[in-house]
Design a protein around this ligand. Sequence first.
Ligand code: CP
Length: 346
Amino acid sequence: MQRPNYPSGKDLLSADAISRFDLDDIFERAERHLREEEQEKAGILPEQPPVYRRRPKVIATLFDQRSTRTRLGFQSAAARLGHQSIDAYDTDRSRLGTSTGESIEDHVHTVELYSDLLVVRSHLEDMPYRVSRLSYLPVINAGNGADEHPSQALIDLFAIRQMRGEIEKLTIALSSDTRARFAISFVKMLRLTPPKRFTLCCLPDVPINPAMREAMTVLAGLGTEIGIVHDVRQTLGHDILSIQMQDMSKFAHASLGNEAVDKEKETEPFTITAQKILEARSDTLILNPLPRFSELDTSCDSLPNAGYFRQVQLSVPMRMAILERMLLGIPWTGQAAAASGSPAAP
Ligand code: CP
């Protein structure tokens, strides 16, 4: 896929857009939003009143794929910041698409006149990049085909920090199809804060996606101990296990550009259950970007290991931090912002 230049660092299209400096800044902002939310819930007014804005900003979500968390999460974050959101890419109701013939160019040029920031999810890998080239507004890639899901990776790292502390001191396992967009962004983002150990749990007979392999090579170069296993039981000594389905093509999963249908059950070595956790006497924190399928059994939900709904909760301050930063026009300063064209290793 052809990737655009990032002349201004205005967009969050890939984990490559983010530098360590940006990561520290976004964590600090998210922690402040979390603290303020907790203070408000406890009936304590924030130490500093919110900055008054001249008028609320408008966040436009342009999604041609289904979404619960990302769409509602950004809309909720916008509302909590005092902003508003509009659904701008509803193919049933808008004039975009072949039935009426309005082009993506005209659609984007219209929507950008109603909005201040665009959040794009598409089954087409190049769609957020096209929108980025077409629009002067900041653009967030909220998942593009089988490419990336960078805001999900920021949420995952923030959740790990909040629930288990400094990432550099942790051992982290990922059980997933190595082509999954959340997984690629997750491992790329780990390069900014390399864990002590990283273990990939994957199918033995399927080649590892080159983007995943490259990110793991960089991690190894940064001093992370790298392992590859083929049974989720072998990850239960880690501090963290982020789990999703293997072989997503079998499930026609959204992360590969299609809608998810869970017609086939995940195979036993890649399914996490309460029984496996209890047998291993494991205190591994289980994360999952959700929606879950048969890889994460509901028997896990009542265990202290279950971190996935807290992960959803923590996504709100992180999305607030992302919107705040981008609406202030603060550029991302990662490798992609400095380089022209192809994604670069850190
Ligand atoms: N995690 C995630 O991207 O969920 P949705 O598909 O519901 O947005």
